[in-house]
Design a protein around this ligand. Sequence first.
Ligand code: OAD
Length: 232
Amino acid sequence: MKKNIVVLSGAGMSAESGISTFRDKNGLWENHDIMEVASPEGWRKNPQLVLEFYNQRRRQLRQVDPNEGHLLLAKLESQYHIEIVTQNVDNLHERAGSTRVLHLHGELTKVRSVADEHTLYEQFDDLQWGDTDAHGNQLRPHIVWFGEEVPALEEAIVLTQQADLLLVIGTSLQVYPAASLLHYAPATAPLVYIDLNPASLYSIPNPTTVIAKTAGEGLYDFLELVHHLMGK
Ligand code: OAD
């Protein structure tokens, strides 16, 4: 049976594809007020602004491609059982060929009505105020905004608990509950953290390797290490 690698990815994973991260210099949260564009309060106050913010993100997503890092992770499925838990709302893991991707914070290419969070519709174009489902309910981006529940969290916890190795890539680990997933990996499972500017890891008992490189470069290093870390 293939050993199990759980990947927790963040915005740094997609940086080399040309998608801005949130908290780096010139990141999205430097140029946009997070509460205006990514919270239920912002949506109530100015839904057009929120729709435009995600329309821009969706338009950009149509123009970019998976990078080397996404492709390497997809290829790794031939050797390991890979479960990707991503904070990213882009679809670059899937487009690179990864088959098991759980989106913690929603997906840019999906929308849902304000009245029903369970029925999702595909959306590749702009979403406008006045666009509704068949019942006349306004459609909104399928994004987990600040202050909202993270419906995929339970599933992410169960996956992480089954990890033989936890691979964390391109995340500042500042946003909870996503960052708390690190604490659910079995204590003996090696943890590898690839990030250009890695955050400090506190009270993590796991044997840890930090690779301070880009996602693409760091994954090449990881490929050299992984057999050894997995004990075969
Ligand atoms: P952040 O913007 O907080 O962190 C990005 C991380 O990527 C940082 O640690 C950078 O050092 C690293 N980084 C930048 N370029 C990189 C590269 N080329 N290769 C590797 N690492 C690189 O993004 P997240 O941690 O993903 O949520 O943010 C978590 C959540 O906060 C997002 O999902 C989003 C945001 O608010 C929502 O919008 C709901």
